[in-house]
Design a protein around this ligand. Structure first.
Ligand SMILES: Nc1ncnc2c1ncn2[C@@H]1O[C@H](COP(=O)(O)OP(=O)(O)OP(=O)(O)O)[C@@H](O)[C@H]1O
Ligand SMILES: Nc1ccn([C@@H]2O[C@H](COP(=O)(O)O)[C@@H](O)[C@H]2O)c(=O)n1
Length: 247
């Protein structure tokens, strides 16, 4: 049944432009919701370790595609005691995992620059948090839309303390240039190309920016100018972490 479902997804993506009033995302999500309930539990079963008794501290790291989130997270990990969990990396790992029931679904969403249903992503994040045995996390590229945010609140309620949102503010043309540069240097990513980038940027503007605005209104966003070189950007990042009590 699942194979039939994933085939259906591929067909849906191809043919959805002709479907009246139905975006590829809406169709993919509807198909996912209709079939996912019995499939999803195995992700929760992958790990039955308990989280450490200390409630984990979480920093959400957001910004446009290619803004430099991953680059800065590596620097934060070196300087402060944080564990970096990239939602995109976890999804790519799950896509590549032999026997994964979500591989094709994830690939379809990634190639189309759309956001994978939160049940998959949040389970991957929670499992990774548990597996690490650590208590300070940079959660990079999440929450990316309302579904991500609602899913996190549902699944992680009372299980983690969000400290702040680190927002890398970067002009669209700079983001595009960085992603294309990354593609040319052999990232191997199926979405570091102009066609996917247009969709990723659209998703970012339509779905991710409202989430950043929501956190901003709650006074939880630390905005960093991501346009200078990576060392300069990190000077600002370091200041934010020190000012928030991290050593
Ligand atoms: N401040 C910077 N100046 C110039 N290039 C940068 C800077 N930061 C990162 N880069 C380069 O830009 C590309 C994208 O960076 P990175 O992978 O960190 O972005 P990202 O925000 O994590 O991207 P994505 O959301 O697509 O995963 C990489 O090739 C990286 O080396
Ligand atoms: N919360 C998320 C994060 C990512 N994705 C998908 O992965 C793609 C790549 O993400 P990066 O952060 O590594 O750029 C992204 O375009 C989405 O398709 C997701 O679905 N949900």
């Amino acid at each position: 049944m699942w194979r039939a479902f994933t085939r259906l997804i591929a067909i849906t993506v191809e043919s959805s432009s002709s479907a009246q009033g139905a975006t590829p995302h809406r169709l993919l999500t509807q198909q996912f919701q209709a079939h996912s309930h019995q499939q999803i539990n195995y992700l929760s079963l992958l790990n039955n370790r308990k989280m450490s008794s200390e409630k984990p501290k979480v920093v959400f790291v957001l910004g446009g595609p290619g803004a430099g989130k991953g680059t800065q997270c590596s620097k934060i990990v070196q300087r402060f005691q944080f564990t970096h969990l990239s939602a995109g990396d976890l999804l790519r790992e799950e896509r590549a995992r032999e026997g994964s029931q979500f591989g094709q679904l994830i690939e379809d969403y990634i190639r189309n620059g759309q956001i994978v249903p939160v049940e998959v992503t949040c389970s991957l994040l929670e499992n990774a948090m548990k597996n690490s045995g650590k208590t300070r996390f940079l959660i990079d590229g999440f929450p990316r839309n309302q579904d991500n945010l609602d899913g996190w609140n549902r699944q992680m309620d009372g299980k983690a303390d969000m400290q702040f949102v680190l927002f890398f503010d970067c002009a669209e043309d700079v983001c595009v240039e960085r992603c294309l540069g990354r593609g040319q240097s052999g990232s191997g990513r199926s979405d570091d190309n102009m066609e996917s980038l247009k969709k990723r940027i659209q998703t970012y503007n339509n779905d991710s920016l409202p989430i950043i605005k929501f956190f901003e209104q709650a006074g939880q966003v630390k905005t960093i100018d991501a346009s200078p070189d990576a060392e300069k950007v990190f000077e600002e990042v370091e200041r934010v972490f020190l000012a928030n009590g991290f050593q």
